[in-house]
Write a protein of this length. Structure first.
Length: 467
């Protein structure tokens, strides 16, 4: 699980400088503001670490925000807890051995730095934990990773998957509100800057924001500046956009181009176009474009006169990876959640359950794992054998090795007979029932491992033999 920008706790020499605890957001912002000069990234840092002692120490547990940099975001402990409770997953224990094999890992990172740098750190981390997991049991030797990423975390993961060879060991990359094509809010932070006041403290965060390679990598790569000559790309107007580092902006565009080119090449080599599964925010008021007025940006919620909507931070179309068609409603899932809460939204949890369940679990109201095709005669003489035949309705591994149950129930609801059908081989099953009195019967058939409530039901009527 990879959080978004500002979603990782940061520390220097063991002292946390960013990482709000519950109900401590105001104090955290104040603490961060006092540390901001020390945390500003030097010019020309590129894809390296500045060597300033800042290290990520965990994911942020509760609501967090830096005014002017990014919108408020809920924490990630609830998502991790839900994953652990819902699936066969376990996290590292604080008092357990550090080399214990685990299969639920959070990846905090220094969100100030380039997504390329953090993708490199992700590669190291995955090599470590995946190798340990594969070596822990023979049946895990071919294990792969599934990445669940919020916001900018999706860009970190995308670079690792597409550009650093991660696709070879990736089963799924799920992105929640990731600005695959950028967010106008990031450009607004760079151009307009921001000064926060906290009680008697007033700190200008503009220089800090403008120093971040990561924030530049969130700038739109679509044409988003309205001019008299139509929409223009931010990289075309750097002289008109005060405060934007032209070199960082150009490098950010190359970052996105590297991902797009690598994804195109992977698809051309036969790779899946559904490796990246996006959850796309919809129907929330979302700024999409801007006009330049007196060196500042005035944000708009339309693009060429159309309100596309989004999750309040990322436009709907921007949450799609570039290789995915915008009319693909099968691969992409929609959510009405706001950007900062999308990772904890109930509807998104349902999407995650669908994607992450390796074999459908059986719940009342869910589809059966082994749906069956059932044949019974509609009418039958009392002295004939009621023959019940079943076959798998879909071609699934193991469908020819099922225990198939059939239950005969009288019209008044009284169970009359129940039996396991004979396996005839090739996915065919049958059984014969005798000594049934005249009347109407319900024949229910299901695989033994499925919920009986999801049985296939057919009706038969037994008539007196001499009629």
């Amino acid at each position: 699980m990879i959080p978004g920008i500002t979603g990782s706790r940061l520390a220097v020499d063991g002292h946390e400088v960013w990482g709000p605890s519950p109900r401590a957001l105001g104090r955290a912002i104040g603490t961060f503001a006092r540390s901001v000069k020390a945390l500003q990234v030097p010019e020309d840092i590129g894809d390296e670490h500045p060597g300033d002692g800042v290290v990520p120490v965990g994911v942020v547990p509760s609501v967090h925000a830096i005014p002017g940099l990014w919108s408020p975001v809920e924490g990630y402990t609830d998502l991790l807890g839900w994953l652990e409770r819902t699936f066969t997953l376990r996290r590292a224990s604080a008092d357990g051995p550090p080399d214990a094999p685990v299969n639920l890992i959070d990846f905090p990172y220094d969100w100030r730095l380039s997504c390329r740098y953090n993708a490199g750190r992700l590669a190291v981390r995955i090599d470590e934990v995946l190798g340990r997991w594969r070596a822990s049991a023979p049946e895990r030797a071919e294990a792969k990773v599934r990445l669940i990423c919020h916001s900018m975390g999706g860009l970190v993961a995308r670079y690792w998957v597409e550009c650093l060879g991660g696709a070879e060991v990736t089963r799924q990359l799920i992105t929640l509100g990731t600005p695959h094509r950028g967010s106008i809010g990031a450009l607004e932070s760079l151009v307009n800057g921001h000064r926060i006041g906290f009680r008697r403290l007033a700190v200008d965060l503009t220089s800090f924001s403008r120093s971040l390679p990561s924030l530049h990598q969130l700038v739109p790569v679509y044409a988003c500046i309205e001019t008299g000559d139509g929409l223009r790309y931010p990289r075309e107007l750097t002289t008109a956009l005060e405060g934007v580092d032209a070199d960082l902006l150009a490098d950010a565009y190359r970052f996105h181009e590297e991902i797009r080119t690598a994804a195109t090449n992977r698809l051309g080599a036969g790779g899946s176009d559904r490796l990246c599964l996006p959850v796309v925010g919809v129907r929330q008021p979302t700024t999409t474009t801007a006009v330049v007025e007196d060196g500042r940006l005035r944000l708009l919620e339309t693009i060429e006169g159309t309100n596309e909507g989004g999750d309040g931070r990322v436009p709907r179309f921007s949450a799609y990876p570039t290789e995915l068609s915008l009319d693909d409603t099968v691969t992409a899932r929609s959510s009405f959640a706001h950007h900062g809460a999308i990772q904890n939204h109930t509807g998104v949890r349902e999407d995650l359950f669908d994607w992450l369940s390796p074999v459908p679990k059986v719940y009342r109201g869910s589809l059966p794992a082994h749906p069956l095709s059932v044949r019974v005669p509609e009418y039958l003489a009392a002295d004939d054998v009621l023959r019940v035949e079943a076959e798998p309705a879909t071609a699934q591994e193991g469908a020819d090795e099922l225990a198939v149950m059939a239950t005969i129930t009288a019209e008044d609801g009284t169970p009359t007979a129940a039996r396991t059908l004979r396996n005839l081989g090739g996915g065919r099953y049958d059984a014969g029932f005798t000594d049934l009195s005249p009347g109407a019967y319900k024949v229910s058939v299901h695989a033994a491992g499925d919920d009986p409530a999801m049985a296939v039901t057919a009706l038969t009527i037994i008539i007196e033999g001499d009629e």
